[in-house]
Write a protein that binds this ligand. Structure first.
Ligand code: CA
Length: 232
């Protein structure tokens, strides 16, 4: 049973109706907001489980709403935007959005993204991050206390950067992390050259944790945007 409360922020009535009708078929509860001010009021007063956020609103930029919400809450925010430019997605993700969907989108795509966000929500609620000492995802295991990672019980020989990258992706499992966010977390900077280095480290890390080269088992590439660890 889906009992999650979804806040739908969208000024276009046709799109809003499409979304709410879709949510109804899946038994999600929802509330709606047509502009930024109403969205923030709804978010504060009803504390939704997930926010579906259109970036182009009449009174406020969606990115500004993300920043405001992030000021007090880590509630998952899924951006729905007609802006297909990578920079817009990156701005939204860097401001703290969890994922994005580009218009026009299919109903199936929307529901799939919601499920991903929901799993992340459950993962967030299930584990108190401060006392989490291990991470497990399929055959992958990280022992934070020991500073070691394992694949099918075998210790992985990772460089310090690869280990840091793996932990960062694991900590944000299900969430798209932008190149800028990752390079800032890893190196403290976000130069073009860091992004190039990141590609190299990501490739070597992948080689070690994705033995089956047919599929991207753990790390998904979002071209021009960043990377995401998939919950397998
Ligand atoms: Ca709009």
């Amino acid at each position: 049973m889906n009992k999650q409360l979804i806040l739908v922020v969208e000024d276009d009535a046709a799109v809003r109706n499409l979304i709410t009708t879709t949510l109804e078929t899946q038994k999600y509860r929802y509330r709606t907001a047509e502009n930024g001010e109403a969205a923030i009021l709804e978010a504060v007063s009803h504390n939704p489980d997930i926010v579906l956020l259109d970036l182009g609103l009449p009174d406020m930029d969606g990115v500004e709403i993300i920043r405001k919400i992030r000021g007090w809450s880590s509630m998952p925010i899924l951006v729905i935007s007609a802006r297909s430019e990578d920079t817009d997605k990156i701005d939204a993700l860097d401001a703290g959005a969890d994922d994005y969907l580009t218009k026009p989108f299919s109903v199936e795509e929307l529901l799939a993204r919601l499920r991903v966000t929901q799993r992340r929500l459950i993962a967030m609620q299930g584990v108190a991050p401060t006392c989490q000492t291990t991470f497990e995802n399929g055959a992958l295991k990280i022992d934070y206390a020991a500073g070691c990672a394992y694949l099918s019980g075998e210790e992985l020989h990772l460089t310090p950067i690869e280990y840091k990258l793996l932990c960062l992706l694991a900590k944000n499992v299900g969430k798209v992390l932008t190149h800028t966010y990752i390079t800032k977390e890893i190196w403290g900077t976000a130069w073009e050259s860091d992004v190039a280095s990141l590609r190299v480290f990501m490739a070597t890390l992948r080689k070690k944790i994705e033995k089956n080269t047919d599929a991207q088992q753990y790390i998904q590439t979002h071209i021009g945007v960043g990377y995401r660890m998939i919950k397998v």
